[in-house]
Write a protein that binds this ligand. Structure first.
Ligand SMILES: [Zn+2]
Length: 224
């Protein structure tokens, strides 16, 4: 028996640099006589692709089958390879966002050209590459997404949500160069005075909470 599920993916994260190729995702599994051990892999409807730990079925080292095993009573089940015993730890995804104050003392937002959050506003941001510092990632993403060179002024806050893999680190910054432009992940960029921010059109919960905390004056010094 072959069954194909089609789902819509939605999630809370700042930017999908790896690209969600489509809002729709297919998961196919086969079961039948002799395959009763195969359980359907049914994605949760409201998870980001990085949250779909149940979608990983094969060992990244040797290609053996992964099974869920409780290794420590106090920890969640882990995916363990039946062939080489590799433990596939699924870590959080670290993202950065940057709330940029422009030369006209307004805040820079970009309107997303990709799902999730297509057509909605977010401050520039994206995933941190392995080995990259958080601050370097924040500066890089600001330049890539809206064309501005920025100076980081401080850390606003860090946002994480139960059941979600992204952890979003939000900085406050000032534009010091460059010119506003759009990249292929954005429909447009715009500057907003604080009182005209599009609260009903923000892409993510972390966007809303980051702007709220920034406007409340929350600011932590950067690590030296
Ligand atoms: Zn293996």
């Amino acid at each position: 028996m072959r069954v194909t599920f089609r789902i819509d993916i939605a999630g809370d994260y700042t930017c999908e640099r790896a690209r969600v190729l489509s809002r729709r995702s297919e998961v196919t599994f086969e079961a039948g006589p002799g395959r009763r051990d195969v359980e359907p892999i049914v994605p949760d409807l409201d998870l980001h692709p990085h949250d779909e730990s149940h979608a990983y079925r094969f060992c990244p080292r040797c290609g053996g089958g992964l099974t869920r095993r409780l290794l420590k009573a106090s920890e969640p089940e882990r995916l363990v390879c039946g062939a080489c015993s590799f433990i596939f730890y699924l870590d959080p995804k670290i993202a950065v966002g940057t709330i940029i104050r422009s030369g006209t003392d307004r805040l820079v937002l970009v309107r997303r050209a990709i799902d999730p959050g297509y057509g909605k506003w977010v401050f520039p941001g994206g995933y941190v590459d392995r080995g990259e510092t958080l601050t370097a990632a924040a500066i890089r993403e600001a330049k890539e997404e809206c064309g501005l060179d920025v100076r980081l002024d401080g850390l606003v806050n860090v946002y994480s949500y139960a059941g979600r893999s992204p952890v979003i680190v939000v900085y406050a910054a000032t534009a010091v160069g460059g010119a506003l432009c759009v990249d292929d992940e954005c429909l447009e960029t715009a500057e907003f005075a604080a009182e005209t921010l599009p609260w009903d059109g923000l892409a993510f919960r972390s966007t809303h909470e980051g702007l709220r905390d920034f406007l409340a004056g929350l600011l932590h010094p950067l690590q030296p």
